[in-house]
Structures are given as C-alpha cells and as structure tokens.
Design a protein. Structure first.
Length: 231
C-alpha cells in the first residue's frame, strides 16, 4: 500500500499521462480548454493540480510577466509601439531610402533599395522603364514598401506599406516628383539645376503607390534600457 505522498505522486503522474481523462485540450480541443475557468474566474487550459501546486504556479505567473515587460519580451506590445498617423507621416518624410518589394514572374520577391518622393501625399518613385521592378509592376501592381531606422532593439522604428501601384504619365506630376527627389536627397532646387533634373527623368517612368494597409512600430515607446556598448 502506498504512503499518502507516494499515492499523490502517482495520481499526479497519471493525471499528466492521460490528458483526455483530465480535461486537457485533447479532451475537447483548444476551444473547450479555454472555456474552462479556475475558481477565480480566470480562463485557463491547464489541468487541475493540487492546491499547493496551484499556489506555486500562481506565484510564478505574478512574477514572470513583470520581468517580461521590463525586457520587452513575452508580452504582446503591438499597441504600445504603434505609431500615430502624424508620426508615420513625419517618419516617411525623413531622408532615407526604402526597400521596395515586387513580385517576379516566377513568384519570388524582388527587393531593392529605392529613393522615393511624394505626389499628392503618396509615396512615388522614378525608375528606368525596362528595370525589373517596372516590369514586375506592369504585370502585377502589388508592392510592399519598407521604411526602417535604428541600430539597436530599443531604437528600432519602421513602417510597412502594403500597396498597389499606378503609373503616372502627367508631365507636370513627373516633373514635380523629380524636383521633390532632388530636394530630398541633394539639396535646395533652383532653375540652374533644371538640366540635372531633366537628365534624371530622361527615359524614366513614374509610379505612385496607393496604400491598402499600414504597419508601424517604434520601440522607443517601450522605454527599454540602452543596449549600446559602453564607450
């Protein structure tokens, strides 16, 4: 005959060995497991455990999230790091290249760094008419644009724009983009620089991107300690 401690050990072992009998996910699937409630009314998918074991587990739950939150790991912080619309607009207007992704004919992704400007507030590019990216967009207008900044985890910022592309053939809009690109990446534009912008737009096409979905992140909002090496 087993002692009280040994019997309890065997019961706990059999409880874990036969989850279907214990009411674990196998007994009724994920939904049933999450429909079970503990005495405090908290949703749980854990099998019943002895009271002293539950007490230890509850203490662990109270301690672990605090550590996870401090490090920015193990906790869903999507809302906390999301940029506001004005923050996204300001970020996109900073001087940086973007990564532009289009679909190749074989279904692979063509990713390339691009300078970009704006037409009527929309991200726009100029590129050679026979470039791979131009051929891709003429066949499939879907594109994803990535803008990012930061060298360490607590500094990372970024915006992803899921878009569809549209060709622009209006000469005035094409010229406006050329001037905008010059001023974003070179400096102030003047009439003396007109030949330079004309050469930049020669045999080029212009494309604007209509945004369908936006994803953003700014890890600075987490308030994490710096991980930059000292010195």
């Amino acid at each position: 005959m087993h002692s009280g401690k040994a019997a309890r050990h065997l019961m706990e072992r059999d409880h874990l060995r036969h989850p279907r009998e214990a009411g674990a996910p196998g007994a009724g699937g994920y939904a049933r497991a999450h429909a079970a409630k503990d005495p405090g009314g908290t949703m749980t998918n854990e099998p019943d455990a002895p009271s002293e074991m539950r007490s230890s587990m509850d203490e662990g739950r109270r301690e672990m999230p605090a550590a996870g939150e401090a490090m920015g790991h193990g906790v869903n912080q999507r809302r906390a790091i999301k940029m506001a619309p004005d923050e996204i607009d300001s970020f996109l207007h900073e001087r940086r290249p973007m990564t532009m992704c289009t679909m190749n004919h074989d279904g692979t992704i063509h990713a390339v760094a691009m300078w970009y400007g704006f037409i009527d507030g929309m991200v726009a590019i100029e590129t050679k008419a026979k470039s791979q990216k131009a051929r891709n967009l003429s066949r499939d207008p879907r594109a994803t644009l990535l803008f990012e900044d930061g060298g360490y985890y607590e500094e990372l910022r970024g915006v992803e724009l899921v878009c569809h592309a549209e060709a622009v053939d209006d000469p005035d809009q094409m010229w406006a983009l050329g001037v905008n690109l010059y001023e974003r990446y070179y400096g102030a534009y003047s009439d003396e620089l007109r030949p330079f912008v004309e050469a930049m737009l020669n045999k080029r096409i212009v494309t604007v991107f209509h945004v369908e979905r936006t994803v953003s992140w700014d890890h600075r909002k987490l308030g994490l300690p710096s991980t930059r090496p000292a010195g």
